[in-house]
Design a protein around this ligand. Structure first.
Ligand code: DGL
Length: 227
């Protein structure tokens, strides 16, 4: 059994990828909608929520847990050794992937993630010449939770995304990290507006890292449980 959690629907992109790669694995998906959004909360509150999610998924039998949320992954270093052993964060793998396209990286994320500089710090640790610009776009979390999806944006939603993409374009990045898993539901919209920029989807990359971290190949029943 593997556990996956997010504040809401963002981590479903990770879930879909994990399910595709592990068709017969049992997966439990926790959407902590009671405490959403995470991106407007302070560090101490986010740490508490992440610890409680890990505990719940562990108690339900998860052998590995994907933190399918960049905001929650930002506080990974504040987790205990034991929690770090079972939980897989998604920021470093996304930065690693972005660096393969060049050193100019822009991230679009929640307010908390942008102000924590988690992406900037991860990039600095991997590549001295990395230049990272972090843009907060918390409003997109609300839009996605309310149903905004690729190919079906309302005019108001489209105008908001146009404004955010204009800011991203001004930074002339080699790659854009969708540094909030909710934004994977808008990957096609970002790609349409930024055709020359490589889009790195942290939710998908995280799921692939989770899958490769699993060595136990005894997958039998393949149930999915949503909480
Ligand atoms: N999906 C989350 C992330 O990747 C958090 C969205 C929120 O609850 O603010 O950061």
């Amino acid at each position: 059994m593997i556990g996956i959690f997010d504040s809401g629907v963002g981590g479903l992109a990770s879930y879909n990828e994990a399910r595709r790669l592990l068709p017969s694995e049992d997966i439990i998906y926790l959407a902590d909608s009671k405490n959403a959004p995470y991106g407007t909360k302070d560090k101490e509150t986010i740490i508490k929520l992440v610890k409680s999610n890990i505990k719940m998924l562990k108690e339900r039998g998860s052998k590995k847990i994907l933190i399918a949320c960049c905001t929650a992954s930002s506080i990974y270093s504040s987790l205990s050794r034991e929690e770090q052993k079972i939980a897989v964060p998604i920021i470093i793998p996304a930065v690693y992937e972005a660096l393969s396209s060049g050193s100019r990286i822009t991230t679009v994320s929640t307010s908390y993630t942008a102000s924590s500089h988690a992406f900037k710090e991860a990039a600095a640790a991997l590549c001295k010449s990395a230049e990272v610009t972090e843009i907060a776009a918390q409003i997109l979390v609300e839009l996605v939770e309310c149903g905004a999806r690729d190919g079906g944006l309302l005019p108001r939603e489209s105008a908001i995304l146009d404004g955010i993409c204009a800011k991203i374009r001004d930074t002339s990045p080699d790659s854009l990290i969708l540094g909030c898993t909710h934004f994977s539901h808008l990957e096609g919209e970002f790609a349409l507006r930024l055709p020359t920029v490589k889009i790195v989807n942290a939710a998908l990359i995280g799921a692939r890292v989770l899958v490769s971290s699993i060595t136990d190949s005894a997958h039998e029943s393949g149930k999915t449980i949503y909480i």
